[in-house]
Design a protein around this ligand. Structure first.
Ligand code: AMP
Length: 281
């Protein structure tokens, strides 16, 4: 496995790996890898001929008061894991390599970028779309693998790829959870024992909406109200949003057509976590 820090070398390696018609799969990550990331790597290995991963904690997608400086970083351990998983190239550039001084170009997916997490994290999705566009230009993957965990992110990337005619297939993999339902996240490492218990309220609220949906309730306001109720008993957790939206446009829906996306975000102590389920999928 090759660990690459420069754009020029990564581009050259990936181009030569694709010679002879081999299909290249990319798994973009911010590192601190867990089983959720590995499910994407395994999908890339299964569906393409050569698997590449990127590890880049992208500073531009963090707000000024967010956790960029303390975000978990574990490059050596991550690379050992990726090697065991059969990844051929790891792209782990420095910030200055990705953003030479004076960089001034952004990719903005209008409207979608202001929905769900985009409301409370202004500029976040513009930064995500820009860094993913850069990775696609550098690596030129045939397919890129994203987690359903970040449902708004993959909706935005799918739209970007369509709107800008990028020749890459976007593959979405299911959410990997702990046995008690908590969605795996690199940020779970921030939680103390008590917060770890409180964090389950996110999944509980989604399950509440899902159960009601399964009994036939289609009024989104009622599903949301029931889900929000779950937060009343969790003083450790501050709800950011619970919304039911169209999975492609991320626009709120009133009568929960199938499929709809129930998405939740909340602060468990100081840690911001997200989760979602598809209703009627
Ligand atoms: P991150 O390193 O958090 O930027 O995530 C990199 C990729 O892994 C994104 O496409 C995420 O959606 C995906 N991912 C993160 N957590 C999970 C999970 N629990 N299950 C499946 N995919 C995940």
């Amino acid at each position: 496995m090759k660990i690459v820090g420069t754009i020029a070398e990564m581009r050259a390696l990936c181009r030569s790996a694709k010679l002879g018609g081999k299909r290249l799969g990319l798994v973009p990550t911010m590192g601190a890898l867990h089983e959720g990331h590995l499910s994407l790597v395994r999908a890339a290995r299964a569906k393409t001929d050569v698997a590449a991963a990127s590890i880049f904690v992208n500073p531009t997608q963090f707000g000024p008061t967010e956790d960029f400086s303390r975000y978990p970083r574990a490059l050596e351990k991550d690379c050992a894991i990726l090697e065991r998983e059969g990844v051929e190239f790891v792209f782990a550039p420095a910030v200055e390599e990705m953003y030479p001084s004076g960089a001034a170009t952004w990719v903005t997916v209008e409207a979608l970028s202001d929905r769900l997490c985009g409301k409370s994290r202004p500029g976040h999705f513009r930064a995500v779309a820009t860094v993913v566009a850069k990775l696609f230009h550098i690596i030129e993957p045939d397919a890129a693998f994203f987690g359903q965990k970040d449902a708004a992110q993959h909706a935005i990337i799918r739209k970007m790829v369509r709107d800008l005619d990028m020749p890459v297939a976007i593959e979405v993999c299911p959410i990997v959870r702990e046995s008690d339902g908590l969605a795996l996240s690199s940020r779970n490492a921030y939680l103390n024992a008590e917060e770890r218990k409180s964090a389950l309220v996110l999944y509980r609220s989604l399950r509440r909406a899902q159960e009601l949906f399964q009994t036939g309730e289609r009024n989104s306001a009622k599903l949301i109200a029931a889900a929000r109720q779950e937060f009343a008993s969790e003083s450790n957790v501050r709800l950011d949003y619970f919304e039911i939206v169209n999975p492609d446009s991320l626009e709120p829906v009133l009568d929960t057509p199938s499929p709809s996306l129930a998405a939740v975000a909340g602060y468990v102590g100081n840690t911001r976590l997200i989760d979602n389920v598809l209703l009627g999928a």
